[in-house]
Design a protein around this ligand. Structure first.
Ligand code: PEP
Ligand code: CO
Length: 449
C-alpha cells in the first residue's frame, strides 16, 4: 500500500528528476543522524527531552532569512526554559528543511462546480485553485531539495554563529516575559534562568561554552519518490540512511504497519518516529517496535502521540503499558496540535491554546502516574506574530483569526504562544521540586474567543 502519493502525470519526467536527486549531495550526514540517535536515546531513558517544532507545511516563498531565523530563535528560547526547568538536556529538532509535502484527507478539492487535485504541499503542486497549479509536477521535488539546502545553510550558520549564545537567548526570554500579560506567573522561571547563567559566568565558565550548539532537522517522510532518491549508503558502515533530514517520521494517515512508509523507515538507519492517533490499537504499537526497532535500541524509535485533549488520558496509558510489557525502549512525545483542531465560525481551522495545554498536561500526568518519562513535545509553530491558534498569554481571539492567518496548512502557535507553552511546561517539569499543587488560573485562556 502506497498511501498519499501524488499521481505524477509524466513518468519520464519523474524518472529524470529522481535520477538527478539520486546523484545530488546528501543534505545531512550519517554521523549527524547517529549523533541524534544518541541524544534521543537519552530521551528514551528519561534523561533528556525532545523539542520538535516548525511549520505544518513549509513553502518555497517562506524560505527567507527572517522566517528561518524566527523559527530557530523561538525553538532556542523554548529550549532554554525547558532545559532549566527539567534539569535535562533538550534535543532541538526543527520541522524544517524538508516539510514541503502534506497528506490530505481527500485527494480532490471541490469548489462550486470545479473539482481539482488537493494541494499536497509545495513539493508536489501549487496552492492556487487552478488546474495548472494543482497538477503534480515532479520538478517541484528538486525545488524542495534546493529550498532545504538553503534552509539548512541558514540553520547551520546561525547555530555556529552567535545566535545560540545562551545569554542572548535568555535576553530574548526576559523581553518576552516583560511584555507578557502573564509576566508575574513567568517571572520566577525567567529569574531562575538568569541567575543560573549569572552564576556560571561568575564561576568563570567561558562565554563560548555557554552555547546551544546542536540543532537537527526533521520532516514527515511522506513523499517516497523524494525520500528514496535521497537515500545513501554510508561508506563507514554499509548502512542506508535517509539523507533528506536527520529524523523522519510517519504520520497518522500513512502508518499502516504493512504499508510502504513503515517499510521505508525500516530500511534506513536514521532515528525515526511514528505518530499515534486516538484510534491506535495497542497491538499495532508492538508491530511498529518489531518492524522499526527489533533490537530495542533506545533512540531509534520515538512515538509521537496526538490523541486530543479529551482522549489523551484514556488512550496513552494502554499504549505505554503495552510497549513497556514488550521491553520496548522508545521515546514518548506529545503532539498537542493535531487532535485539537476545530473550525472557527469564520471558517478558519484553528486550535485553542487551552486545549493544546490541556493535552500536554494530560500527557505529562499520565507518564508521571505510570512512572514513565514524558519525553517532550512536537508542535506546529512559527517565529512570527500570526493569528492562527486562539488563546495564549496575549490572547488571539476568534475574531482576530483573519488578521494574519498565513499558514499553508494547519494553524501554528505564534512566537508568543510558543513561549507561553514552554513557560507553562516549565511549571510542570519543575513541579516535584517546587511542591507544585495545581495549575494557577490562566485568565488569558478563559478570555480567549
Ligand atoms: C501534520 O503533521 O500536519 C499531520 C498531518 O499530522 P498527523 O499525521 O498526526 O495527522
Ligand atoms: Co499539521
Amino acid at each position: 500500500m502506497n498511501a498519499q502519493q501524488p499521481d505524477w502525470p509524466d513518468p519520464d519526467l519523474l524518472r529524470a528528476v529522481t535520477g538527478r536527486l539520486g546523484a545530488a549531495p546528501p543534505l545531512v550526514f550519517a554521523e549527524e543522524c547517529d549523533r541524534l540517535r544518541d541524544r534521543l536515546a537519552a530521551v528514551a531513558r528519561g534523561e533528556g527531552l525532545l523539542l520538535q517544532g516548525g511549520d505544518c507545511a513549509e513553502t518555497f516563498s517562506e524560505v527567507t532569512a527572517d522566517a528561518v531565523r524566527g523559527k530557530l530563535r523561538t525553538l532556542l528560547q523554548m529550549a532554554v526554559v525547558l532545559s532549566h526547568a527539567s534539569g535535562l538536556p533538550v534535543v532541538k529538532v526543527g520541522w524544517m528543511a524538508g516539510q514541503f509535502a502534506k497528506p490530505r484527507s481527500s485527494p480532490v478539492e471541490r469548489r462550486g462546480a470545479l473539482t481539482l487535485p488537493s494541494y499536497r504541499g509545495d513539493a508536489v503542486n501549487g496552492r492556487e485553485f487552478t488546474a495548472r497549479a494543482r497538477r503534480p509536477d515532479p520538478r517541484r521535488m528538486e525545488r524542495m531539495y534546493e529550498a532545504s539546502v538553503a534552509t539548512l545553510n541558514l540553520v547551520r550558520a546561525h547555530v555556529r554563529g552567535g545566535f545560540a549564545d545562551l545569554r542572548q537567548v535568555q535576553e530574548w526570554n526576559e523581553e518576552f516575559v516583560a511584555g507578557s500579560p502573564l509576566a508575574e506567573r513567568y517571572a520566577r522561571t525567567a529569574g531562575e534562568v538568569s541567575r543560573a547563567l549569572a552564576f556560571l559566568r561568575a564561576s568563570g565558565v567561558d562565554r563560548s561554552r555557554l552555547r546551544m550548539a546542536e540543532f537537527f532537522v526533521s520532516h514527515e517522510g511522506l513523499l517516497l519518490d523524494y525520500e528514496r532518491a535521497l537515500t545513501r549508503v554510508d561508506e563507514r558502515t554499509g548502512r542506508a540512511y535517509a539523507t533528506s533530514g536527520h529524523l523522519l517520521w510517519v504520520g497518522e494517515r500513512t502508518r499502516q504497519p504493512d504499508g510502504a512508509h513503515i517499510d521505508f523507515l525500516s530500511r534506513v538507519h536514521n532515528p525515526v518516529a511514528v505518530k499515534l492517533g486516538p484510534g491506535t490499537e495497542p497491538d499495532t504499537v508492538l508491530r511498529y517496535v518489531d518492524r522499526l526497532d527489533p533490537a530495542r535500541t533506545p533512540g531509534r524509535l520515538t512515538f509521537v502521540v496526538r490523541a486530543g485533549a479529551e482522549r489523551v488520558r484514556d488512550v496513552l496509558p494502554v499504549l505505554v503499558e503495552k510497549a513497556r510489557a514488550e521491553g520496548a525502549r522508545v521515546g514518548w512525545v506529545c503532539d498537542p496540535m493535531h487532535g485539537n483542531t476545530v473550525t472557527a465560525p469564520s471558517g478558519h481551522k484553528t486550535r485553542d491554546f487551552s486545549a493544546i495545554w490541556a493535552e500536554v498536561r494530560g500527557f505529562v500526568e499520565v507518564h508521571r502516574a505510570l512512572g514513565s518519562h514524558p519525553g517532550g513535545i512536537h508542535v506546529e509553530l512559527t517565529g512570527e506574530d500570526v493569528t492562527e491558534c486562539t488563546g495564549g498569554g496575549t490572547p488571539v481571539r476568534a475574531a482576530d483569526l483573519p488578521l494574519r492567518y498565513t499558514t499553508a496548512c494547519d494553524p501554528r502557535l505564534n512566537h508568543a504562544q510558543s513561549l507561553d507553552l514552554a513557560f507553562h511546561l516549565a511549571e510542570v517539569y519543575t513541579a516535584p521540586l517546587r511542591g507544585f499543587a495545581g495549575e494557577p488560573p490562566c485568565p488569558a485562556a478563559a478570555a480567549a474567543d
